[in-house]
Design a binder for this molecule. Structure first.
Ligand SMILES: *Cc1c(COP(=O)(O)O)cnc(C)c1O
Length: 373
C-alpha cells in the first residue's frame, strides 16, 4: 500500500471548504446558487475530491474549462449540471451528449457549427460585455437572437465574464458597472423578444466579493472558494472570512553541513557565508514549485522559517536550516500552510515568485497526493 504522505502531498481542509461555501451563501442573494469553478483540477486541489465535497454541501452546478474535465467529473460521480466554459472541438461533441455536459456558445459562428452538426445540444450563450475574450458581442443583438432561434440549440443559460472586478480604482469600478449594465440590457431585450427560459450568471470570485448585490441565478466562484485571493492585500479588505483549503507539504530527505565558501545546487548559484546546515526536500518544479523561488522565499520546518537556497530542481530543492534545531530526514516541511505558529499563504508564495496565487495552485502537479482531512 502506498503511503500518501511519503514524498510531497496536498492536504485539503474540507471544514474550511464548507465554511467558505457558507460565507458565499451568506453574502449572495438567497436565490443565487453557487456554480463553483472546478477547472484545472479544481485549481490544483483535486477535482474529484473537491467536487464530491461540494456536491455533499448541496452544490448542483459546476463549471470546468474543457469537455474532458467535464467527463472526468461524471466518471467520479458528479450528477449536477456541468458547464464547459471553453471551446470544444466538434470531434468531441459526442462527449457533450454522452456525458450530459452543457457547452458554451463561444460566439455566433460557433453556434452555427453546433447547429449544423445536426444533433441537439444544451448550451449557455457567452456574451462579450468588454473582456473581448469569448462570447458574442453584447451590442450584436441580432446575432444573439439568431443563436436563440437555432432549432438544434437548447439555450439553458446566458453568461458573461468580468475582467476588472478585482480593481479598486474608479475607472475599474465604472468599467465593471458598464459590463453589468450591458449584460442586463441583453437579458432584458431577450425577455422582450419572448425568450424567458434561461438562467443568467456573471460573477466570478471578485464579482461576488466586490459586487455581491448583483442578482443573478448563479455565481461562478473559483479561486476565493478555495480560500485564496488573487492578491495578498485583498484578504484584509474582504467582507467575507475565507479560509485556505489547501496545504502543500513535503519531506526532509537529507540534512548535511555546507562549509564556508561552498556552493550548492545546479549552477552553484548559492554560496555559503559561514558554515551552514542545509536540508534537501523532496519536491521541485515538476510538482509545481515555481523555479522563481530559487534563492528566494521560505518554507516552514518544525515551526520555523527555512530560506530557500540554490536553484529549485525538477524533483527537489534545498533550504537553510542552520537556525532550526533537531531537523532530520523524514521531518515535514511546509510550502503552503501552517507549521507551529507560522503560516505561509499561497498569496505570499505567489508574491515571492512574481505571479498570482491562481497560477501557483493550478499548476500543482499530478505527482502530489491529495489527502482530504
Ligand atoms: C475561471 C473562471 C471563473 C472563476 O474565476 P475566479 O476568479 O477563479 O473565481 C468564472 N468564470 C469564467 C468564465 C472563468 O473562466
Amino acid at each position: 500500500m502506498m503511503y500518501k504522505k511519503g514524498r510531497a502531498w496536498i492536504e485539503l481542509n474540507m471544514g474550511n471548504l464548507k465554511h467558505n461555501i457558507e460565507e458565499f451563501r451568506r453574502v449572495l442573494p438567497f436565490d443565487c446558487a453557487l456554480m463553483p469553478a472546478v477547472k484545472a483540477n479544481a485549481y490544483g486541489h483535486g477535482a474529484a475530491l473537491v467536487a464530491k465535497a461540494l456536491q455533499n454541501q448541496g452544490v448542483q452546478a459546476f463549471c470546468v474549462a474543457s469537455a474532458a474535465e467535464g467527463v472526468q467529473l461524471r466518471l467520479s460521480g458528479i450528477s449536477g449540471e456541468i458547464l464547459v466554459l471553453g471551446y470544444t472541438h466538434p470531434a468531441e461533441f459526442g462527449d457533450l451528449l454522452a456525458y450530459d455536459l452543457i457547452q458554451t456558445v463561444v460566439d455566433g459562428s460557433y453556434a452555427s457549427v453546433m447547429q449544423e452538426d445536426g444533433r441537439k445540444f444544451t448550451v449557455h450563450v457567452g456574451i462579450d460585455t468588454g473582456m473581448h475574450r469569448l462570447g458574442e458581442r453584447w451590442d450584436n443583438m441580432e446575432e444573439i437572437v439568431k443563436i436563440f432561434r437555432m432549432p438544434n440549440l437548447k439555450v439553458a443559460g446566458l453568461f458573461s465574464h468580468l475582467c476588472v472586478s478585482d480593481g479598486k480604482s474608479e475607472q475599474e469600478r465604472a468599467y465593471t458597472l458598464a459590463q453589468i449594465r450591458h449584460f442586463e440590457d441583453v437579458t432584458e431585450e431577450l425577455h422582450r423578444q419572448g425568450f424567458r427560459d434561461f438562467k443568467c450568471h456573471l460573477q466570478g470570485s471578485y464579482g461576488i466579493l466586490n459586487y455581491s448585490q448583483c442578482c443573478f441565478d448563479y455565481a461562478r466562484a473559483g479561486i476565493a472558494l478555495y480560500g485564496i485571493y488573487s492578491d495578498k492585500d485583498d484578504r484584509a479588505m474582504a467582507e467575507v472570512d475565507l479560509k485556505p483549503v489547501l496545504s502543500l507539504k513535503t519531506r526532509v530527505e537529507s540534512v548535511k553541513m555546507l562549509y564556508h565558501g561552498e556552493g550548492a545546487g545546479y549552477g552553484l548559484t548559492y554560496n555559503a557565508c559561514g558554515n551552514r546546515k542545509i536540508a534537501a526536500l523532496s519536491i521541485g518544479y515538476a510538482d509545481g514549485v515555481p523555479r522563481e523561488l530559487s534563492n528566494s522565499g521560505y518554507v516552514l520546518c518544525n515551526g520555523q522559517m527555512a530560506p530557500v537556497i540554490g536553484r529549485i530542481c525538477m524533483d527537489q530543492m534545498l533550504v537553510d536550516v542552520t537556525d532550526i534545531p533537531r531537523v532530520q530526514a523524514g521531518d515535514e516541511a511546509v510550502l503552503i500552510g501552517k507549521s507551529g505558529s507560522l503560516e505561509i499563504q499561497a498569496e505570499e508564495l505567489a508574491q515571492w515568485a512574481g505571479t498570482i496565487s491562481n497560477e501557483i495552485v493550478s499548476r500543482l502537479g499530478e505527482r502530489l497526493e491529495r489527502v482530504a482531512e
